[in-house]
Design a protein around this ligand. Structure first.
Ligand code: NAD
Length: 349
C-alpha cells in the first residue's frame, strides 16, 4: 500500500498518543519515524511502532519522560533520558550540541538511560544542517558476541556522521557496525521475504544462512569482521562506558530488564564548528564531493556516490509519490489504531 507521508505521520502520532505519549512527543517521534521511511530506511520507520508499543505497554519505556541535565560543563553535557523515547532525548542532545558548539567550537553531549534512537541520521543531519560536523554513537542490549567470541556482549552499535556542505546535499553516513541493522532482518521476516543477503546473519548454531526464517538477530555478523567489531567496541566505549550508561554486561539502569532484553541505551553526540578551523570548509567539502562524483565508475556500477545521496533522492521521490508499506505492516498499524481507537489506514474507528 502507498501512503502519503502526512497520512502516515497522523496515524503514527495518533497511535503513540493513544499509547500514552503527550501529543508533542507523539508528533516528534512520528516525525522521525516518517523521516526514516521517506529516506528509504524502512527498518527504522513505521516498522518500529510494534517495538515501541510493546515497550510502553510492558512499562519499559516511559512515553512522557522528559530528559534532565545531569551535569553541565559548558562544552560537555550529560543528560538522563529517564527511559523515555530515544527521539526526545536525542533531539534535546542535538539542541545542546548545536548551541554549545557555537559557543565553544566543539561540544560533546552524552545521554544516559535513553531508549531506541531510531535511525541515527535524523540527529546528525540536523546538526550538519546547522553548520556543524556531527558524530553520533549509540550502544544497547547484549545480543552480538565480540568478534571471534560466542558470548553475547554488544548491540548492533550504530554510528553516524554528517558533514555540512555548500551546494551539494549534506553528507550523511549512518550504519550499524553489524552487516545490517537487526531491524532489517526483523522487517524481512515481517514482509515474508524469501531470502536475505548472504553475510547478514547465521542460524542459532552459527551456520551462515540466507533463510530469514532461521536467521536470528541474536546471530548478526560484524561488517568487515574485526574492523566492524573494532568500531563497535569504540561505540560501546563512547556511548556506554564514557556516558555512565550500561555497557557490556555492566548494568547502570533503573530499568528492570537487562542483558539481551535491556531497553536502556547510551548515546554520545559530538559537534564541531568547522569555521573554527577553516573559513571555507563547505566549499572544500563540495570540491571533494565533486572529485568523488568524477571518479569513473567500476564495471557494473552506475555512478559513484557519497553517503546520504541515495536517501536524499529517495526522500524527494517518496515525498512526491508516497511511502510504500508492506501489507503486514499496514495490518499491524491498523491493529494498533483500532486498539487505541483512532482511524487506521484501511478501516475507520
Ligand atoms: N537505534 C538503533 O538501535 C539502531 C541500531 C542499528 C542500526 N540502526 C539504524 O539502522 C539503519 C540502517 O543501518 P545499516 O547498517 O543497515 O545501513 P546500510 O548498510 O543500509 O548503510 C547505509 C549507509 O550507507 C550509505 N551508502 C549506501 N550505499 C552507498 C554507496 N553506494 N555509496 C556511498 N554510500 C552508500 C548510505 O548513504 C547510508 O549512510 C541506520 O539508520 C542506523 O542508524 C539503528
Amino acid at each position: 500500500m502507498i501512503v502519503a507521508a502526512g497520512r502516515l505521520h497522523t496515524l503514527l502520532s495518533d497511535i503513540l498518543e493513544g499509547l500514552g505519549a503527550p501529543r508533542e512527543y507523539a508528533d516528534t517521534v512520528a516525525t522521525l519515524l516518517v523521516e526514516a521511511d521517506l529516506r528509504g530506511v524502512d527498518s527504522h520507520g513505521a516498522h518500529l511502532m510494534a517495538l515501541y508499543a510493546q515497550r510502553i505497554r510492558s512499562g519499559h519505556l516511559d512515553p512522557a519522560a522528559k530528559p534532565k541535565i545531569v551535569s553541565d560543563e559548558g562544552s560537555t553535557l550529560v543528560l538522563d533520558a529517564g527511559l523515555g523515547f530515544g527521539q526526545i532525548a536525542g533531539l534535546a542532545a542535538v539542541h545542546h550540541a548545536i548551541s554549545r558548539s557555537e559557543e565553544f567550537g566543539i561540544a560533546a553531549v552524552a545521554v544516559r538511560e535513553g531508549t531506541h534512537l531510531g535511525a541515527l541520521a535524523a540527529y546528525t543531519e540536523r546538526v550538519a544542517r546547522a553548520g556543524r560536523i556531527c558524530l553520533c554513537f549509540q550502544n544497547g542490549p547484549t545480543f552480538v558476541p565480540p568478534f571471534g567470541g560466542i558470548d553475547q556482549l554488544f548491540s548492533t552499535n550504530p554510528l553516524s556522521y554528517a558533514i555540512p556542505t555548500g551546494d551539494e546535499p549534506t553528507i550523511v553516513f549512518d550504519v550499524a557496525t553489524t552487516t545490517v541493522a537487526g531491524n532489517k532482518l526483523l522487517l524481512a521476516q515481517k514482509r515474508g521475504d524469501a531470502s536475505i543477503p548472504a553475510g547478514w546473519a547465521t542460524d542459532a548454531d552459527g551456520v551462515p544462512t540466507t533463510d530469514p526464517a532461521v536467521a536470528s538477530v541474536r546471530h548478526l555478523q560484524w561488517f568487515g569482521g574485526h574492523k566492524g567489531y573494532g568500531l563497535a567496541l569504540l561505540v560501546e566505549l563512547l556511548a556506554g562506558v564514557l556516558t555512565g550508561s550500561s555497557f557490556g554486561r555492566t548494568e547502570h539502569t533503573a530499568s528492570p530488564v537487562h542483558g539481551a532484553e535491556r531497553v536502556a541505551k547510551g548515546f554520545l553526540f559530538l559537534a564541531i564548528d568547522p569555521a573554527r578551523f577553516v573559513p571555507d570548509f563547505r566549499a572544500r567539502v563540495d570540491t571533494l564531493i565533486r572529485d568523488v562524483h568524477a571518479s569513473r565508475p567500476a564495471a557494473g556500477v552506475e555512478r559513484v556516490l557519497v553517503p546520504g545521496e541515495l536517501e536524499h533522492e529517495r526522500r524527494q521521490q517518496r515525498h512526491r509519490d508516497g511511502i510504500p508499506l508492506p501489507e503486514a505492516l499496514c495490518a499491524e498499524l491498523d491493529r494498533y489504531a483500532s486498539e487505541v481507537g483512532v482511524p487506521g489506514l484501511t478501516a475507520s474507528v
